[in-house]
Design a protein around this ligand. Structure first.
Ligand code: ADP
Length: 493
C-alpha cells in the first residue's frame, strides 16, 4: 500500500498539490495561480477549464517532484474554496457558464429580499443567514439567465457541484457525482438537522433535485480516479471545504476546540460537537468534517479585514517594506502609545454588524511614530478576533482556553503573543501551517488506512509554538476599554 497522501487544495486564487508522508511531513508541493474574471463590478468568475487545468498541472508537478508514482499514493484528499458554483452538462461535461465564485455579489439584491422574507425559515434549516456567498442563489441565477438552462435542468440534463464535486466528477470521468457534508452545508439547500437536501428550499429556488450530488462524510471513499489522471487509478478518500479542513488539520475534533485563520480576513471556527448552537450574534452554524455519518456542528464567524490591514500599511501608506517587517517594528516600541486602529474598511461584522462603520485611527499625539501605527494595526487584528471569540463563548456557553492559529499573518510572533495576552488564553501555532491541505490529508489517510486512528495522528503531529498570556488583568482591562472607545468612534452616527 502507498505511504503518501496527495492533497489537492483548490483555492480562490490558486490551486495547490501537496504530498505528505506518514509523519505528516511535506514531501513536495506545487502551486499555480489562475485568472480571476470580473465581467462586471461586483461579479467574480473562474473558468472551469482553468480550475481543472491548474489542478492537473500541480498534481503532476508535485508527484514528479516527490519522485513517486500512483502506486505510492495511499489516497487523494480534496479541499476547496467553498460555495463557488458550477453547472455542467451531464453528457458532455461541458459547463453551461463560468464558475460563479463565492465572492460574487450578483445575487445580493435578491438575498436582501430573501433575508427579510425568509430569513428565519432558511436559518432554521441551514444554519445560514441568507447571503449571496452561498451557492443556492448562484444556481438559481444560472437557471434564470443561461438560455434553456432551466428546461435542460428539469429534463435532468444538468448537474450542479461545488468545486470538490466538479473535480471528483472530472477525475473519475463522470463516474462519481458526490460531495461531502461541509460543502453541502454551505449551499443553503442542505438541511443541517436532517442531513438531507431540503425539498422546500429546492422548491423556493426552483432547483430540481436531479441536479444535486450525493452527500457523504468528508472522510470516506468517493471513488477511483480515471487512469488518465495519474497513470493508474488512485482512491479519492476525502472532500472537505477549506475552513472545515483547516479545523480538522488543527486537530480541533473535540467539542469546544477552535481555530482562527489569519489571512486577508480572519475565519474563526468552533467545533460545538453534536450541539447546533443558535447564535444570538449573527454567527452561522454549519457542519464540520469527520469520518462518521454524524458530522459535528460548527459555529463560524469572520473578520472582514485581518492581514489586509498590514497590506494597507505596506502598499497604501507605504510605512512598511514587507509584511514580515511589521513584527520587528511592533516589538521596537513598548506599546502603541495610546494609538488604536480599527480596520473597519468595509464595515464591521460580528458582533457589531454595522455595514456603514468605517476604519479609524485614534489617539494620535505629536509623539506617534510609524512603529506605533504598525503596532496598533496588529493589535487591531487581535482585538477583532478577541471580540469574535467572546461572541462564540457567549453563544456556545463554552469557555475558550486554547486557540489554534494558522494563515499568512500567523507567522507574526508579536500578533500571536498579543492575541494570547488580550484573550488571556493560550495561542498555538502548529509546525505545519498548511492546515487546510493537512486536514484533507488526515481525512483521506484515516479513510485509506494509512493512519489507524486519531491518536495515531496526534502522536505524529508536532506542536509548533505555544504563546502563553503574560499580561496583568489591570493592563488587559485598560487596553480593552480603549478598544471599546475606539470602536464606538467607527459608528456612522
Ligand atoms: P489569503 O489566503 O487570505 O490570501 P494568506 O493566508 O496568504 O491570505 O495571508 C496573507 C495575509 O497575511 C496578507 O494580508 C498579509 O498582509 C498578511 N501577512 C503576511 N505575513 C505577515 C506577517 N509577517 N505579519 C503580519 N501579517 C502578515
Amino acid at each position: 500500500m502507498g505511504e503518501f497522501i496527495l492533497s489537492i487544495d483548490q483555492g480562490t486564487t490558486s490551486s495547490r498539490a501537496i504530498i505528505f508522508d506518514k509523519k505528516a511531513r511535506i514531501i513536495s508541493m506545487a502551486q499555480q495561480e489562475f485568472k480571476q474574471i470580473y465581467p462586471e463590478s461586483g461579479y467574480v468568475e473562474h473558468s472551469a477549464q482553468d480550475i481543472m487545468g491548474s489542478v492537473m498541472a500541480v498534481v503532476a508537478e508535485a508527484v514528479v517532484r516527490a519522485d513517486i508514482t500512483a502506486d505510492d499514493i495511499s489516497a487523494i484528499g480534496i479541499t476547496n474554496q467553498r460555495e463557488t458554483t458550477l453547472v455542467w452538462d451531464k453528457r458532455t461535461g461541458k459547463p453551461v457558464h463560468n464558475a460563479i465564485v463565492w465572492q460574487c455579489r450578483r445575487t445580493a439584491g435578491y438575498c436582501e429580499e430573501l433575508k427579510r422574507e425568509k430569513g428565519a425559515f432558511i436559518y432554521d434549516k441551514t444554519g445560514l443567514i441568507p447571503d449571496a456567498y452561498f451557492s443556492a442563489t448562484k444556481i438559481k441565477w444560472i437557471l434564470d439567465n443561461v438560455p434553456n438552462a432551466r428546461r435542460r435542468a428539469q429534463n435532468g440534463e444538468l448537474l450542479f457541484g461545488t468545486v470538490d464535486t466538479f473535480l471528483i466528477w472530472q477525475m473519475t470521468k463522470g463516474k462519481v457525482f458526490a460531495t461531502d457534508y461541509t460543502n453541502a452545508a454551505r449551499t443553503m439547500l442542505f438541511n443541517i438537522h436532517t442531513l438531507e437536501w431540503d425539498g422546500e428550499l429546492l422548491e423556493l429556488f426552483g432547483i430540481p433535485e436531479s441536479m444535486l450530488p450525493k452527500v457523504q462524510s468528508s472522510g470516506s471513499f468517493f471513488g477511483y480516479t480515471d487512469k488518465s489522471v495519474l497513470g493508474s487509478p488512485v482512491k479519492i478518500c476525502s472532500a472537505v471545504g477549506d475552513q472545515q479542513a483547516a479545523l480538522f488539520g488543527q486537530l480541533c475534533t473535540e467539542k469546544g476546540s477552535l481555530k482562527n485563520t489569519y489571512g486577508t480576513g480572519c475565519f474563526l471556527l468552533m467545533n460545538t460537537g453534536d450541539d447546533p448552537v443558535r447564535s444570538k450574534n449573527g454567527l452561522v452554524t454549519t457542519l464540520g468534517a469527520s469520518l462518521s455519518d454524524k458530522p459535528p456542528y460548527v459555529l463560524e464567524g469572520s473578520v472582514f479585514v485581518g492581514g489586509a490591514v498590514v497590506q494597507w500599511l505596506r502598499d497604501g501608506l507605504k510605512i512598511l517594506e514587507t509584511a514580515d517587517d511589521s513584527e520587528t517594528m511592533a516589538y521596537s516600541v513598548e506599546d502603541s502609545g495610546g494609538v488604536y486602529i480599527v480596520p473597519a474598511f468595509t464595515g464591521l461584522g460580528a458582533p457589531h454588524w454595522d455595514g456603514s462603520a468605517r476604519g479609524i485611527i485614534c489617539g494620535i499625539t505629536r509623539g506617534t511614530s510609524k512603529e506605533h501605527l504598525v503596532r496598533a494595526a496588529l493589535e487591531g487584528i487581535a482585538y477583532e478576533v478577541a471580540d469574535l471569540v467572546r461572541c462564540m463563548e457567549k453563544d456556545s456557553g463554552i469557555n475558550v482556553t486554547r486557540l489554534s492559529v494558522d494563515g499568512g499573518a500567523s507567522k507574526n510572533n508579536f500578533l500571536l503573543q498579543f492575541q494570547s495576552d488580550i484573550l488571556d488564553c493560550e495561542t498555538v501555532r502548529p509546525e505545519v501551517v498548511e492546515t487546510t491541505a493537512l486536514g484533507a490529508a488526515f481525512l483521506a489517510g484515516l479513510t485509506s488506512g494509512l493512519w489507524q486512528d486519531f491518536d495515531d495522528i496526534r502522536s505524529t503531529v508536532k506542536t509548533g509554538k505555544v504563546f502563553r498570556p503574560d499580561m496583568s488583568e489591570e493592563q488587559r482591562e485598560k487596553l480593552l476599554s480603549g478598544w471599546q472607545k475606539a470602536l464606538r468612534q467607527t459608528k456612522a452616527d
